[in-house]
Design a protein around this ligand. Structure first.
Ligand code: PBG
Length: 333
């Protein structure tokens, strides 16, 4: 692109000189419509448990969910994402609890679907909340078996759809799962159930607090590098997305968020489909704790979310969703 204009006839500071003109030339903005709120579930009654290293984020028992859902509804957040903390006694080698139609995710889906109409419901498809080794797939002779895992994931996806899940979000990184899940959903007459593929999910160091929130951290044997992406790579992300789009994904996710802005923009520029990003637990924790300790100002939250939008995200999964909605509302006053 040829740059027009010369100093001093052109002065870029002119359009920054006051608030009203800055607002006029703003290229990107943020509203509740851009946000997806993750919610952690726990079994039992009347529970609202703190989560280590994630200040202001809680695990809710189903009877207490209205505390957070009423807010999501009030701020018109378009979608919430449910993540279960499964009791250790229900975890096994095969992640069997994933297919129990009375597991906590299924119970929550049913109840929420009945009582709340103005947001969509999204659920992860993966086995890590349910396995006693903490992996997203089946661990057979020390290896995560791709194809055997698929046989479970397709059933997990259909079960969630039956319970009222609107957006099936495979976060397991097995090859071929989007096509198999799409086919199985269609076969069971869930033609309109959407698939958000965590197509580009890196083997990241930023997932620590989440693993603590769902209780898989103590169990995880080894790492997830044989299925999640190598963070040295970006071209590989294009291949991941190309496959998933071909297999029927409606939207794709890039995860984590801020360290991967280049990847979000790469995917957005190569595929004209909705790209979502996930500002993950470690990112939340760093920012939140820095604000709490007065190291940075809370406007840094906006800055990160706008950066994710500027890079090309249609929507962002963020633990800041409610806090930001409250602040957006105050700004309008
Ligand atoms: C599990 C899953 C993870 C996250 C979302 N789904 C963690 C992992 O892969 O170990 C991370 C989210 C976060 O850190 O906030 N399949």
């Amino acid at each position: 692109m040829k740059v027009k204009g010369n100093f001093p006839s052109t002065r870029l500071r002119r359009v920054r000189s006051s608030n009203w003109v800055r607002r006029l030339v703003t290229e990107h903005s943020l509203s509740a419509n851009d946000l997806i709120l993750p919610i952690f579930l726990t079994e039992g009654k009347n529970k609202r448990e703190k989560i280590k290293n994630m200040p202001d984020i809680f695990r809710y028992s189903i009877d207490n969910l209205n505390q957070i859902l009423d807010q999501a509804s009030k701020y018109r957040i378009p979608m919430i994402a449910l993540f279960p903390n499964t009791p250790n006694s229900k975890k096994d080698k095969f992640g069997s609890e994933a297919l129990n139609d009375k597991n906590i995710v299924c119970k929550a889906l049913k109840k929420i679907k009945k009582n709340y109409k103005n947001f969509g419901l999204m659920c992860d498809v993966a086995l890590d909340p349910y396995t006693d080794h903490g992996h997203d797939g089946l661990l057979i002779d020390g290896i995560i078996d791709n194809d055997k895992t698929l046989e479970i994931l397709i059933n997990q996806a259909v079960l969630q759809a039956e319970m009222g899940c609107d957006v099936i979000a495979p976060s397991d990184m097995m090859d071929g799962r989007i096509g198999r899940i799409r086919k199985e959903l269609d076969k069971n007459n869930f033609k309109d159930t959407k698939i958000l593929s965590y197509a580009v999910k890196y083997a990241s160091n930023f997932y620590g607090p989440f693993r603590n929130a769902i209780g898989s951290n103590k169990f995880l044997k080894g790492d997830k590098k044989t299925y999640q992406m190598n963070f040295h790579n970006s071209e590989e992300a294009i291949r991941e997305v190309a496959f998933d789009v071909k297999e029927g994904a409606d939207f794709v996710m890039v995860k984590p968020g801020l360290p991967y802005l280049d990847i979000i923009s790469l995917i957005k520029n190569n595929f004209k489909i909705p790209v979502f990003s996930y500002q993950v637990s470690g990112e939340y924790s760093l920012i939140k704790n820095a604000i709490k300790n007065k190291i940075i100002d809370k406007s840094a939250i906006f800055e990160t979310l706008i950066s994710l939008k500027r890079a090309g995200s249609s929507a962002i999964v963020t633990y800041f969703a409610l806090q930001i909605c409250k602040e957006l509302k105050n700004q309008l006053k």
